[in-house]
Design a protein around this ligand. Structure first.
Ligand code: PFF
Length: 460
């Protein structure tokens, strides 16, 4: 097998993988899901899902990736060359990650726009039409109008999306070590420092205790089957499982990387970001009387949070820091989503790094533009009653992701030799692994069933 490029350090491995996992899923999806599913009880079930489902499936994906030593398709082919057809699970993952990338890039463009508008202060100033906090019925209305005005505009969201595509391309062409690893080593510590600062500020707000209570003291009467289904779905989304990302990144792990330990570290760091976000959001919404406001989707970050910043001292400063945090979180995730396809181009078409990166990123200038315009000037055009943006989001994250997850578990549990899985977990027999039997059991029997429940659960 040809010499494959590897990450250069242990810190780099964790930073890059956590960078992929920590994204919009932690920052806006998690607080919204927590609010919609009864608060602390959702957090509790989510934590259980991370341990029961997330860590074992992540370990399996790492084993497949490092042992397969290729891209998401090549890994299946290398591990079981005689089992034809399983490469299609990798192909599904590559396709899904690319579709997700096309709209995730648009959202990362929005976050970048809000960063710029926070730094310049224009987000909080009167608009060209003279609309400001005094002329509309309330702050919610103002920021709702601002967001609608911006997102439905035609050219500015496109420019921002293109800037993000170009920035991603810039990092990707530098390669795995000098691009992805170096960027993650710089960005992830910044992200954690920003989170801790925000947490300290939020916890010192007057009604912080109410927010913490909602987030941390469970009301067990709020548990329903949908709480469990949503918590499992969130765990999958947040840990970037079954997207080919972890297969691709772990193919860059050196032979001495401890896979189970890495999966535990990455999952716990991802969980801690979600918990920090909860400790930031809920005290703030309680203090500023916004507990009944929608936190779902883009409303939290583009409407509710600017409302909060507008009421705080140092509006522009805090707003800039927050959108910097969000842009960083989104950026490290888009890089990982794109790397799945870049690795595929390099491995299968033997392309140079530069050629592979350009081939992957160029079509995004069209695909992401379509996604961006589909929530703006083209919003009248719908598929199954959804804009193209929402349609891609639904198909990729609600259907392709769980289907890929089930197939991945079936593959690692039933098709790939158990000896292969054990060899990877124990680094060729040099480590003792007390947890292997449990991990293998979960991947074989429990995870496929639970993921199937998530898949079916969202349709009933
Ligand atoms: N895990 C990242 C997040 O939580 O935002 C990014 C991500 C990757 C989300 C892949 C979804 C996905 F399918």
């Amino acid at each position: 097998m040809s010499e494959k490029i590897k990450f250069g350090s242990k810190v780099g491995i964790i930073a890059a993988t956590v960078g992929s996992a920590v994204g919009l899923g932690n920052v806006w999806r998690f607080p919204a899901e927590t609010q919609a599913n009864g608060g602390a009880v959702f957090l509790l079930i989510y934590i259980l899902c991370i341990f029961i489902l997330g860590i074992p499936v992540m370990t399996a994906e790492f084993a497949l990736g490092r042992g397969g030593n290729s891209d998401a398709i090549g890994a299946f082919r290398n591990v079981t060359p005689h089992r034809k057809g399983w490469w299609m699970v990798g192909a599904l993952a590559i396709l899904a990650s690319y579709l997700i990338l096309s709209f995730y890039m648009v959202v990362s463009g929005w976050t970048f726009e809000y960063l710029i508008q926070s730094v310049t202060g224009s987000l909080y100033e009167a608009s060209a039409t003279g609309e400001n906090l005094a002329t509309v019925t309330g702050e919610e209305q103002l920021f709702q109008n601002r967001m609608a005005e911006y997102i439905t505009g035609s050219y500015r969201p496109l420019i921002m999306t293109y800037i993000m595509i170009a920035a991603n391309l810039g990092v990707l062409v530098m390669g795995v070590q000098k691009g992805i690893e170096k960027m993650s080593n710089i960005m992830m510590p910044i992200l954690f420092v920003l989170l801790v600062i925000f947490c300290a500020v939020s916890l010192s707000l007057p009604k912080a205790a109410d927010g913490v209570r909602f987030f941390l003291s469970p009301d067990f009467s709020a548990i329903s089957p949908s709480t469990v289904v949503n918590a499992m779905g969130q765990a999958f989304f947040s840990l970037s499982l079954a997207m080919g990302i972890l297969i691709t990144y772990s193919s860059y792990y050196p032979a001495d990387t401890k896979l189970t330990r890495t999966a535990v570290t990455v999952s716990l760091l991802d969980l801690s970001v979600a918990i920090l976000m909860g400790l930031i959001i809920f005290p703030a919404v309680m203090t500023f009387g916004l507990a009944d406001h929608q936190l779902a989707g883009s409303a939290l970050v583009f409407i509710t949070l600017p409302e909060i910043f507008a009421q705080m001292g140092g509006t522009q400063f805090w707003s800039s820091l927050f959108f910097l945090l969000l842009t960083v979180a989104a950026f490290t995730s888009t890089i990982s989503l794109a790397e799945v396809s870049v690795a595929f181009m390099e491995c299968h078409f033997k392309m140079s790094r530069i050629k592979a990166c350009v081939t992957v990123m160029l079509p995004l200038f069209v695909l992401s533009a379509v996604c961006s315009l589909s929530v703006g000037p083209w919003s009248g055009f719908t598929i199954c009653g959804m804009t193209i943006f929402d349609f891609l989001d639904t198909v990729a994250t609600n259907i392709m992701l769980p289907v890929g997850g089930i197939l991945l578990c079936i593959y690692m549990g039933w098709i790939a030799p158990r000896s292969f899985f054990l060899k990877e977990i124990t680094n060729n027999g040099t480590l003792r692994s007390r947890s292997f039997a449990l991990v293998a059991f979960i991947v074989k029997w429990i995870a496929p069933v639970l993921i199937a429940i998530v898949l079916i659960g969202q349709f009933i």
